[in-house]
Design a protein around this ligand. Sequence first.
Ligand code: ZN
Length: 298
Amino acid sequence: MLAAALFLSAFGLQAQTTGTDIGGPEGLDLFEELNEEEGTDGASVLESTWDVNDSLTFIPGYDMYCHWNTDVLFDRLGSAKHFDHDTLRLQLGEHECDLNMPCTGGITSNFGMRRGRMHYGVDLDLETGDTVRAAFAGMVRISKYNKTFGHVVVVRHYNGLETVYAHLSKRSVQPGDLVEGGGVLGLGGNTGRSYGSHLHFEVRFLDQPIDPALLFDLEHGSLRTLEFDIHKGNFASMAAAKVAAQKSQGSRKYHVVRRGDTLYALARRYGVRVTDLCRINGISERSTLSIGQRIRYN
Ligand SMILES: [Zn+2]
């Protein structure tokens, strides 16, 4: 069914995608975040329009991906299975300055393990309503609402990289739109699973996340390298990170909230700061605890 859905959506036929189509064998699932949160939201099917007259040859990187899905954020079963190269050299630009910063704010959170799970992008500071721009020229593959990513835009670039712009307050592009580097994709915001306005920015190749810091100097808005070598190790490191995440989950310690517990009391009892409790549990200092709630304290 998945293959059929991918094929149909490439031609704009309105394939009904269900939650189960998006899932896959657990052993292959590198994308924990999407596993829980990706679902059908009705509107996305209507938004996925791809004119049958548009030629697949115009789709950036089509030869690498062999699909163009305007509804499912990532093919978790893996475009990577098409990756049978030893090393593939991607041209990122001609000059160091050929990166367009998605927004003007600095990094607030890096790629990597965070609260016991993988954070597959970097978070960049912005105010709701700030302009969000495409890092490079390309074609919009996804423009939809997702429970985790909120209003999210994914752009496929001509070298096969995809960039992801999440938690937007407004999207101003549609699937199939061509964008220039620096072209406006929408406005930043705080939608989806987000605590405060920021841009969650990801770089993917064949649906596999790559640490943006390997490619870009996001503090200075420039390319770290003009050419980036993709090899199987890029994907293997993701599998290793997933195993590490599962291991670390085993050592988490939780307090089950009883009547009268407060964040401040729990912080004192376990010798942690209230801000850390809030951070690892994804709650705010003003949150009311409910009896029976599990609060992680390490
Ligand atoms: Zn993020």
